[in-house]
Design a protein around this ligand. Sequence first.
Ligand code: NAD
Ligand code: MG
Length: 393
Amino acid sequence: MMHRVAIFGATGSIGTSALDVIARHPERTRASVLAAGSKVNELVALCRRHRPEHAVIADENRFLALRDGLREAGLPTLAHAGPAALDALAAGDACDSVVAAIVGAAGLSSTLAAARAGKRLLLANKESLVLAGELLMQAARDGGATIVPIDSEHNAVFQCIAGCDDPAAITRVTLTASGGPFRGRSRADLAAVTPAQAIAHPKWSMGPKISVDSATLMNKGLEVIEAHHLFALAPDRIRVLVHPQSLVHAIVDFVDGSSLAQLGLPDMRTALAVGLGSPRRIASGVGALDLLTQGGKLEFEAPDLDAFPCLALAWRALESGGTAPAVLNAANEEAVSAFLQGRIGFLSIPDTVAATMDAMPPQPADSLDMLLDADTRARAAAHTRIDHLANQN
Ligand code: NAD
Ligand code: MG
């Protein structure tokens, strides 16, 4: 039977990698829904190539541009716009699987809709797990959805624990971090780094937001919270190691003394092929790993929490629970956006996140409304801090 895949964030780095893998298996997979934020021309170009049944643009003002673009291209693809259309298509019959690859909290609603509808959820949108991890995991259980993590480290853990259905058998999970473009620098060295330097990642090619997150190590902090939810791991069972070669993606230690690691070249198409094919292995286009041509070295070191305080802030948010991870995530999204616009410096990212967390002490949160309210208030508090910092520049 044809496996129909909806790709949310189709124009992005993960979205285009997913389409690349899908196009390698025309006999078994097809992109049936493509969704993007605002880039209509890029979305129409993808529709020409992949011929989905539906195309959605999140920005409602671009509906006519999308509809007319599809018409001019002579495509039968139906045009939709707006967040409600995203949710409806994530949950609807046009797809069996959903690749959740929208960046930021903007991806939460459609990700939840796919989980509730019992889809196979290829989850790249880590911010939705940070913001509402308990609710998302519960929605997946209630809806009967299978979540395959599409973050290289978590996908690696998913592969390592396949066949182990006893969570108590896992004693520790190690997530590796490349260290980003500024590995080895001191805090003082980081004050003047530019957005262009921050998004020039040494190992991975990714969208701008996650590239900055990798440079601050907030990405690894978000991933610690992500691992906690995905694999029901207590914080003290999760460890981060910097591994500059980015070939070992995660290591799982078991109660019997075994440690299983997953290795591969840093290319997200491997994780996506696991998500699309599992339990089968399917070709992804990623080349074979040859440890000798990679320099024959695998190095590991502890992260520098002084130069990269975002990682410690994320641990703090995880330990606090309640609204704290939502506040951390919202403040970080706003700070990264201000940094990319050149409004604030690199060190103002952790400053803004810490100031926002201090201004909003953690509160218990058991509903989506409470978390979304914390998200909104944290963005306002972060803006106050960002305006203050920008005026000092
Ligand atoms: P990207 O910036 O390249 O792409 C983002 C996509 O989201 C685009 O298609 C954009 O149109 C869409 N989008 C943005 N705002 C939207 C909105 N309001 N509504 C609907 N769509 C919207 O980002 P990316 O690097 O592909 O990352 C996507 C997600 O995957 C992020 O959560 C990121 O943390 C995660 N992730 C990415 C990688 C990677 O290698 N790129 C690895 C692990 C996890
Ligand atoms: Mg990752």
